[in-house]
Design a protein around this ligand. Structure first.
Ligand code: 5AD
Ligand code: SF4
Length: 441
């Protein structure tokens, strides 16, 4: 029997990194690796890192330091850093932390097997080149392992928007879309392996413009084609930019049965002055009008967002404008962050807001968002919603899944299995999840 080696991957950051980690595991499958959940038994450890917020690199270095004892115990253990910190720091990582054998950027990991062969020979391997070849194409020959009911599928990568606070255009590169036929092929393959819900991923997913039959396809066109795949029951997509919400995509939210009533549409701030300084190219007003149009197409849609507080030169008045926007939109979910300086981005050079002011604003914003989130979840009580069950819950006989609106839902009923899509009457709203009773399987 071939020598089976174990690969431990720790994933930080966004869903695109989760998808990339799966692809890395598949690529390394070709080099004789199976994945493990236990770093102590690994022959190779990969940290798939995120660079979006402050101290990301420092956290990676301290995590790496923790592997020293393991490496001493097991000299053959190889350690790699992947993802956006790898892209941003490059060679510096191996200089600062000699334990590291391999550094691979988010656009180069399809070459991991060749890199692994080099590190096994005792060399160090660094690859942060942007691909001349299509990384996803190289990874097409995958083993047909069975999958859980939900999956991510990256359709678009990179970003040309250059928001003044953001490192993504530098670490992930220019905006690029995968050809529609490739996406559809991967989706059909996932469905054959048991997947019933696909979340299309991209840093700017609604800027999708992949080559397809008759010219470039929009995201709406891609969603309609996915809608025709038998066995695929649910479609989601994230993350979107307000400026790329075209009419067809808005209409799809009202008309496409498999497209779920949930939309993540980051606005970052409600102050036009700050939005301009952020280089966001939309206004408070244009965002609110957009939300109106989306709700006209799909009145029950749950909107989620991202917010940054304490962006350079943000005044109390600017912050208040963000709070007003939140009141006006009424979010079902949100992610909120204190602005953190990212070296190399334009905003890093501007006058900064004091840390205690940022913390205090974040607290107020999160209190408001939490109230809205709570209200949106509580409003589900008494309604009957679709739930795709994913796994057993903590209590005996309990199953957990996600509702159409992405709320976690518990049901105790031995008729449901992971992968079942059922109608559930919601009876109770708990701190972090809903519970209900099966209406139909
Ligand atoms: N500081 C704080 N938050 C940031 N984000 C991106 N860059 C920064 C930064 N420098 C947030 C934005 C984005 C989300 C993914 O991360 O809100 O939408
Ligand atoms: Fe970053 Fe999103 Fe702005 Fe692109 S649109 S620069 S990914 S925050």
């Amino acid at each position: 029997m071939a020598d089976v080696k174990k690969l431990y991957i720790k994933t930080y950051g966004c869903q695109m990194n989760v998808y990339d980690s799966e692809r890395m595991a598949e690529a390394m499958g070709g080099a004789g690796y199976v994945t493990t959940e236990d770093a102590a038994e690994a022959d190779m450890i990969l940290l798939n890192t995120c660079h979006i917020r402050e101290k990301a690199a420092e956290k990676v270095y301290s995590e790496l330091g923790r592997f020293r004892a393991l490496k001493e115990e097991k000299p053959d253990l190889k350690i790699g850093v992947a993802g956006c910190v790898a892209q941003a720091e490059g060679q510096e990582i191996m200089r600062r932390q000699p334990l590291v054998d391999l550094v691979v950027g988010p656009q180069s990991y399809h070459r991991l097997p060749q890199m692994e062969a080099r590190v096994r020979e005792g060399e160090k391997a660094l690859d942060t080149d942007f691909p001349l070849d299509d990384k996803f194409d190289t990874l097409r020959q995958r083993p047909k392992a069975k999958r859980g009911p939900t999956a991510f599928l990256t359709v678009q990568e990179g970003c040309d928007k250059f928001c003044a606070f953001c490192v993504v255009p530098y670490t992930r590169g220019a905006e690029a879309s995968r050809p529609a036929a490739r996406v559809l092929e991967e989706a059909r393959d996932l469905v054959e392996r048991g997947v019933r819900e696909i979340t299309l991923l991209g840093q700017n997913v609604n800027a999708y413009h992949g080559a397809g039959e008759g010219g470039d396809w929009s995201l709406a066109r891609l969603i309609w084609a996915l809608n025709d795949i038998d066995g695929l029951e649910r479609i989601r997509f994230t993350t979107s930019h307000p400026n790329d919400m075209d009419d067809d995509l808005i209409a799809a939210h009202g008309e496409c049965a498999k497209l779920m009533p949930y939309l993540h549409l980051p606005v970052q701030s409600g102050s036009d002055r700050i939005l301009k300084r952020m280089n966001r190219s939309h206004t408070d007003e244009s965002y609110l009008r957009l939300i109106e149009r989306i709700r006209a197409a799909r009145p029950d849609i749950l909107i989620s967002g991202d917010f940054i507080v304490g962006f350079p030169e943000e005044t109390e008045e600017d912050f208040q404008a963000t709070m007003d926007l939140i009141e006006a939109v009424n979010y079902g979910y949100a992610f909120s962050f204190k602005y953190s300086t990212r070296p190399g981005t334009p905003a890093a050079e501007r006058p900064q807001v004091a840390e205690d002011v940022k913390s205090e604003r974040l607290q107020r914003l999160q209190a408001l968002i939490t109230r809205q989130q709570r209200a949106a979840q509580d409003a589900m009580v008494g309604r009957t919603v679709g739930v795709l069950f994913e796994k057993p819950g903590r209590m005996a006989g309990q199953m957990v899944g996600k509702s159409d609106y992405l709320h976690a839902v518990h049901v105790t009923d031995d008729r449901v299995q992971p992968g079942d899509l059922a109608q559930v009457e919601i009876l109770e709203s708990g701190p972090n999840s809903l519970s209900g009773r099966l209406v139909s399987v």
